[in-house]
Ligand binder design. Sequence first.
Ligand SMILES: [Zn+2]
Ligand SMILES: [Zn+2]
Ligand SMILES: [Zn+2]
Ligand SMILES: [Zn+2]
Ligand SMILES: [Zn+2]
Length: 616
Amino acid sequence: MSRKLRVRQAQTVLPFGVGAVLDIQGESFVATGIGDWPRKRQPVDSPRLAARLRVSGFFAAPPTLNDRYDNQDAPGAPYIRFPNWLFCGSCRRMRRWRIADETPGTPPQCPQCSPRRPLVPMRFVQICKAGHLSDVDWWFWAHSRLDPEDRQACTSRESRDSRAQLSFRVEQRAAGLEALSVVCTAPKCRGARDLLDILGTHGLRCSGRNPWQRATERADCGETVQVVQRTAGNLYYPVVHSALDIPEAEGPPVWEGEAAGRVRASTLWLALCSAPDGPNAPALRGMIKQETQADDALIDALLAEEAGTPVTIAAPDQPVYPDLSSEEWAALTAPAPEATRDFVVRHTDLGLAGENQAPWTTLRERIGKVVLVDRLREVRALQGFTRVAPDATFVPADTSRRLRWLPAVEVYGEGVFLTLDAGRLTDWERVTAVRNRVLGIRADLDRSFQKDRLEAHTGTVLAPRFVLLHTLAHLLIRQLSFESGYTTASLRERVYARADRDQAGLLVYTAAGDAAGTLGGLVQQGEPPHLAETLLRMIEAAAWCSADPLCAEHSGQGFGNLNRGACHACALLPETSCETGNTLLDRVLVVGGGEVPGFFEDVIISARATAVDQEE
Ligand SMILES: [Zn+2]
Ligand SMILES: [Zn+2]
Ligand SMILES: [Zn+2]
Ligand SMILES: [Zn+2]
Ligand SMILES: [Zn+2]
């Protein structure tokens, strides 16, 4: 029986999109560029996202029971074997597996062993800052400690690929990487080296490409090569964008109109953007106006929009980080939202209108709107990826740089949206201790190589409300999963907290379902009185972390020191649930600590007081 290997369609963008390495049933593969995608693919509609990312549209790989792993003519998303270097767990021989060696439906097996043994992928691969990925040159590694003459003398020199006589030994008496070594078994050759210091840089040459790229697409790469485990976190940083379907606003915003499209398509536009105040700007502007019939107001609006995004010149091979939040915020907070096929919302409240008792009154005063999202549709698109670090050279999803579309998936779900009371929030943000605490995080953010990426969510200035609402979103997801049986990984957040756009809200949603939609369980959790009770329990739980006092008093933990009082024990979520890679979190802003008043601190105090009263 031939084996079936399948990646769910939603995973073909994240986490197993173009450039990602995945382990599946003991084999290892890499997702190829979209140039290799099948012709029969499914269009995914999202004009709003397409306009913002300046692409022609989106396609999803057709769902199949067996993706294209070893049979490149099959339907489904294309993956190819990587690493190509495999070894036999029985005879320890290493073998470089070529496409010609593949037998569709069958995992690679050791040709020397009987009975046949499966071949296992090598654990180490090499990457560089230009986004390249390749096998480690194991022949070179095995011979790297020899004198050049001895190396030249090795008879396996000429056939270093498939017939290289290498063996992947394991020493029983040693432990760790020291126990592993690659040994040349050619006659008289003494080439051998253990893997003790394999991780890191070794002056190895970069292949100048990714495994699916043809030799003709190879770049002359001078970047330092790093050897990493193929499951290492820095092997792959995808750049993914997501947009909710929302009803079209009355007349499209200026930056989406036809004239705006003509301006952006103008060959002179990028020149104007790169130096909007430069000596040539007036002339460029005049020519663009003549060419596109745009007026100064439109050009100003487009320049402002351009400057508002961190990357000012957007070309197809550059990542862009557009603001997608403003229209969603407007749609979610609209007083009488219009329902469309894929956007159904209704306003509700915490159900505390008749309450005159603390802590309920204290809680009610701090929450603004509660909106239940009965149905939503989200489109997630993969623009490309980087390796080694998030700010390394961007590799577009189409490595051949010819295609104007992006791989995407659509998912349907439901959600709960809530806002904070605007007046109380503004007052709280004025408190010096609050401002200073967030200024510290902002300083770390300015130093972070994730700055561009994170600013797409925070806006250009990180406000206290962002960290507060983001932490609340995490706490709420954790609380909901604790109370209602959702896994944290099945819930996601969207934080709407740009102070300059008067945003102060968060959306917690499920989006894994197909067009049939989901079961309404999450929306039910948002109905009165459930949400108020959940929020109260969540706030009380947030006052304490099992890693306290260390966690709450931390002056910088997590990736890039971008978190304060937030750790795995109290606030972090699975990567896929979080918009900002588990950064910009601080429980202290919610519950208070030291000098800093938490936005919900009074809720805890009044809840405790009430509990004491009831005991007496
Ligand atoms: Zn074998
Ligand atoms: Zn040798
Ligand atoms: Zn390279
Ligand atoms: Zn903690
Ligand atoms: Zn998050």
